[in-house]
Design a protein. Structure first.
Length: 84
C-alpha cells in the first residue's frame, strides 16, 4: 500500500470525497460499502467492506427455481452495493 497524503474538505452536509488515487488503489466503486470508525488514537478509519459469497456444492444439479432465486439474490446484492 502507498502512503500518499491527500487532503479532503468536509462539506456543509459533512460529506467528503475519497480521492481518485485511493479509490483506484482499493478498488472502491459506486455502491460499495465502507466501515467507518474512530481508532484509539482519534483517527477516522475507513475500510472497504468485503463480502464473502457462498459457493455451491459441485456436482449437485440445481432446479430452474433455485437458479432464478440465486440470480435474483445476486442482482439484489449488486444493486444494494454488496453490503452484508
Amino acid at each position: 500500500m502507498f502512503a500518499a497524503v491527500n487532503k479532503v474538505k468536509v462539506t456543509r452536509s459533512f460529506r467528503v470525497t475519497i480521492p481518485r488515487e485511493v479509490r483506484e488503489a482499493l478498488g472502491i466503486r459506486v455502491g460499495d460499502y465502507l466501515s467507518v470508525y474512530v481508532d484509539e488514537k482519534g483517527r477516522i478509519i475507513m475500510e472497504k467492506v468485503r463480502t464473502v459469497r457462498k459457493t455451491l456444492r459441485s456436482g449437485r444439479p440445481l432446479t430452474p427455481e433455485e437458479i432464478d432465486e440465486l440470480i435474483a439474490k445476486g442482482l439484489g446484492e449488486s444493486v444494494a452495493g454488496g453490503g452484508g
